[in-house]
Design a binder for this molecule. Structure first.
Ligand code: HEC
Ligand code: HEC
Length: 288
């Protein structure tokens, strides 16, 4: 207490005192006052420029006319302006040229990522991994129609619809059983000459090729699956194979037939988008 009494008494007090502590009338420090005034002035300026005060049915809009949606649209416009020259170039290039030009190829792959996600991933999987029995894998080098860039573009533009006839009623149960044995043997590279003869007589080779290696590989263009590999479109069990031979693929009105329809995207997407998608599909690793 004595110490306090020794302090100079220059500063006036407010007349308030609590437990011997006097409340002085010192102004706050200068830096504090500057910060204080700067902040309320900033608030007022912000309120005038930007949307701020909520009203009952509306809000004050501010004189700059700024909105989040405007800012977003501007960003989109900027992005489009940046991409426009690329898209123009792509319009003038074919698939082969796109693949050969590294810069354009990279652009295509990243641009097509979102288009693939929106239009293709639901069936083919985000990485083109497909779904067993339903949707073909795009990330391997086993193709129904062909893995060169032009054929991929064609698949996407026009869609695809595998067409394998039903053989129940056309062939006897015994023949169908023998053909199933043949297909299983062929997938292991062990089909005999007799088995291949049966395959030919039953008319299978017309689409699958004499060597059963499929339409794409034989350039028959039928989309007939390769039967000589271990990659199965519809499953590898005896039951699965029997079903495909009995009821076919996409046979209207045939109960048990397998559905395999790739929708056409020629109307929905632009030719540039389809080219970029094809580059992306090619880039999954199976392109030829
Ligand atoms: C008119 C053409 C055509 C004929 C004839 C044909 N197929 Fe097919 N086959 C196809 C097509 C196309 C597919 C692929 C369907 C798809 O994936 O869309 C296919 C698929 C298959 C599959 C499924 C392969 C897998 O990976 O799951 C088997 C098995 C098969 N055929 C066996 C036969 C046998 C055996 C015969 C003869 C009895 C035969 N096919 C006759 C067109 C044909
Ligand atoms: C509704 C499901 C579905 C959607 C969506 C879909 N596909 Fe397909 N796609 C299929 C089916 C089913 C097949 C196989 C057709 C057949 O078996 O004949 C296929 C086949 C393909 C093939 C041919 C594969 C081969 O082996 O030759 C390509 C390439 C392809 N799709 C790319 C795409 C791309 C790119 C998109 C997106 C723009 C897309 N698909 C969207 C179901 C779909």
């Amino acid at each position: 207490m004595a110490k306090q009494d020794n302090q100079p008494q220059r500063v006036r007090d407010t007349g308030h005192e609590w437990d011997g502590i006097r409340e002085l009338t010192n102004p706050p420090p200068r830096w504090w006052m500057i910060a204080f005034h700067a902040s309320w002035i900033w608030c007022v300026v912000y309120f005038i420029l930007y949307p701020s005060i909520p009203l009952v049915h509306d809000y004050t809009r501010g004189i700059l006319g700024w909105t989040q949606i405007k800012e977003f649209k501007e960003a989109v416009r900027e992005g489009e302006a940046m991409r426009a020259p690329y898209l123009k170039k792509i319009a003038a290039m074919d698939g082969q040229q796109l693949l050969a030009d590294e810069e354009m190829r990279n652009f295509s792959e990243s641009y097509a990522k979102a288009i693939f996600g929106d239009n293709c991933a639901a069936c083919h999987g985000a990485g083109g991994e497909g779904a067993p029995g339903l949707f073909p894998v795009l990330a391997d080098d086993d193709w129904l129609y062909g893995g060169d860039i032009d054929t991929i573009i064609e698949s996407i533009t026009d869609g695809r619809q595998g067409d394998m006839p039903a053989h129940a009623g056309v062939l006897s149960d015994d023949e169908i059983n023998k053909l199933t044995d043949m297909v299983i043997a062929a997938s292991k590279g062990k089909a005999t000459k007799e088995q291949f003869m049966l395959f030919d007589e039953a008319g299978c080779s017309g689409c699958h090729g004499e060597n059963a290696a499929g339409g794409a590989i034989n350039d028959l263009g039928t989309g007939a699956a390769n039967l000589t590999d271990q990659i199965w479109r519809f499953g590898s069990s005896r039951e699965d194979i029997l079903r495909t031979i009995r009821y076919g693929v996409n046979q209207e009105g045939v109960e048990g037939t397998r559905e395999a329809i790739m929708p056409a995207f020629g109307e929905k997407l632009t030719p540039e988008e389809i080219k970029m998608l094809a580059v992306k599909v090619y880039g999954f690793g199976g392109g030829k």
